[in-house]
Design a protein around this ligand. Sequence first.
Ligand code: N01
Length: 548
Amino acid sequence: MVENTENDGVHKRSTTDVVIVGAGAAGLYALYRLRKEGYACRVFDSADGVGGTWHWNRYPGCRVDVESVEYNYMFDPELDQEWEWSERYAAQPELLSYFNHVADRFDLRQDITLETRVESAVFDEESSSWDIRTDRGHAVRSRFLIMATGFLSAPSKPAFEGLEDFAGEVYHSGTWPREEVDFNGKRVAIIGTGSTAVQMTPIIAEQAAHLTVFQRTAPYIIPLRNCPMPAEYLDRVKANYDKWRAAQRQHPTGALALNFDIGAVETRLWNELTLEEREAGFNVRWENGGLALLLNTWPDLFVNPVANETVAEWVREKTRERIHDPELAEVMMPRDFPFGTKRLIADSGYYEAFARDNVELLDAKANPIERFSKRGLIAGGQEYEFDVVILATGFDAVTGAMLRVDIRGRRGLPVAEHWSTGPRTALGLMTAGFPNLFFLDGPGSPAPLYHPILLSELQTEWITNAFAHMRDRGASTIEPTDTLEHEYSEHLDEIANATLFPRANSWYMSANIPGKPRKCLMYLAGGLEYRRRINEAAAKCYSGFLFS
Ligand code: N01
C-alpha cells in the first residue's frame, strides 16, 4: 500500500498502514521488516536523531554492558560482517553510529519523522483504524500502531522540594545535552548509584574539583573488564557468526555473555554442583567480566535463596578488596536485596574512584535528601554546596513512555485506565480492547532480562506473520481476548512470585516510581519459553486472539 498524504493547512493529514512510535533499535527494525513486506510505514520520534537510548544517553562513560558482538541486530549476516566493533563493550558514540549506519544502509530515513512527539492515538471503531496526532500537527490514520517506545526512555526526576530554586546546573542522565558539559573546577553531585551513576562517576571524578555521590541503596557491582576489541577475537567471531547467533537464539537471555569458547549454557542446578564447581563457575564469570553472572548463570539463582546469598557473599568479598577504606566498604556493601534482583551493574573503576581525595560517598539512606537550596541541597540536616547536580535517578520503566501518549481503545477507554493496577498484556504483545495495537520490548515481555534487540526481531516476526494471517482471512482487526490477557497476567505474576525478584524495590517491579502500582513488568520464564509461547499461539491459528 502507498502512503497517502494531503495537507489541509492545519494538520498534515495522511493515511498509512503502520505507525511506529520510536526510532530506536526496535522501531528501526520494525520499519525495515514491515516495509519489506509492502506495508506503508511512518515512524515518529521526539528525538532529533535515530537510536533511542543511544541517542539520549550521552553522559560521560555511557556504554553497553553486553558484548558488542552480541548487542546488535541479527537479521543480516552481511551487516554482521561489515561492522567493525572497536571495543569489547561499545561506548555510546559507537552504538549511535551503528544505528545511524543501519538507518542509512537500509534506506530507512525516508519513513522517519524526527523531532515529533506522538501525543494521542485513538481507535476509530467505524474504520477499524487508529487516529494518531502529533505535537507538530500530524493527523495520521493508520491500520496498525506499534509502540516501540523503549523500556528505559522516560526519565524519572524525583520531585525534590526546592529544585527550581537551585542556582547551579541540573542534568538528568537520560536527557544529556549534545554539548560537552564542563566539570572542570566545579563541585558536582551525582544522585543515585544505578548503572548510570556507576558509569559516569570515575570519569567525572577526574574532571571535577569535588564529586559527591549520594547513595541511597548500595548496589551489587562487578567489573566490566572492557578493552579494545582484540582483532583476533573479532575475526574469530565473524568467521563463526552463524554458530554464534544460533547459540544466542538458543540461550534463555539471548546473550552468551561469556567468551564463546567457554560460554555453554549452565543447566545444572546449584545443589547439583560440588563446592569446587561452584567456585570455578563463579571465578570464570568474575574473570570474564561483564554480566556473565546475571545473563549466563545457574538456572535457579533467582529462585534459590541459599544459592543467591552464596553468590551475593562472594561478590561482597570481592568488593571489599576493591574499596580502600574498610568503613566506607561497609557503607557500600550491598545487603538490601538479593543478588541480581535489581539490574546487576558492571563497572570500570567505580570503587577505585572513591580512593581519590576529591571524591566522597554520601550515605543518603542514613542522611536522606530533604530538599534543594539555592546553593546546593540539604541532606540529614546539613547543607552541601554544588555547582552541578546530576540526577542519575533512573526511568519510569517499560510503561512510562507508552503512557505519556494518550492511547484510547474501544469505547474510548484510555490504556492508562485499563492498566490502572499495572500493565496487563497478552503475551507481552497486545492488550485487550485495543485492536491492532502492538508493543515491542514492552510490558509482559522478557525484555529487561532478555536481549532487547533480538526480542524486537522476534516480536516483529510474530507481528508480520499475524498481518499475513489477517490478510489471508480478510480480517481488518486482531485483538486478544480478555481471557488470554487474564491468564497471561496471572501466569506472569505466578512466575515472578516464585522468584526472589519481588524482594527488591526495583524498576523491574515498578517500585522506583512513587505511586506506580507494584507489578512485575517482565516475563521471567526466559526468552526461550516466551518464544515457545508466542509461536504456539500463532501455530494454533492465533488461539486467544479475535479477528473481525
Ligand atoms: O537508574 P536506576 P539508572 N533520592 O533506576 C536513586 C540501564 N542502564 O539510570 O536504589 C536518592 O538503576 C536510586 O536509589 P534506590 C540498566 O538496565 C544500562 O542508573 O532507589 N536517590 C538509584 O540508586 C539500568 O538498570 C547501562 O534507593 C534516588 C538511582 O537513583 C537502567 O538503565 C547503563 C532517589 C537510580 O538507579 C536504569 O539505570 C545505564 C531519591 N529521591 C543504564 N530517586 C549499561 O548498559 C532515585 N534514586 C551499562
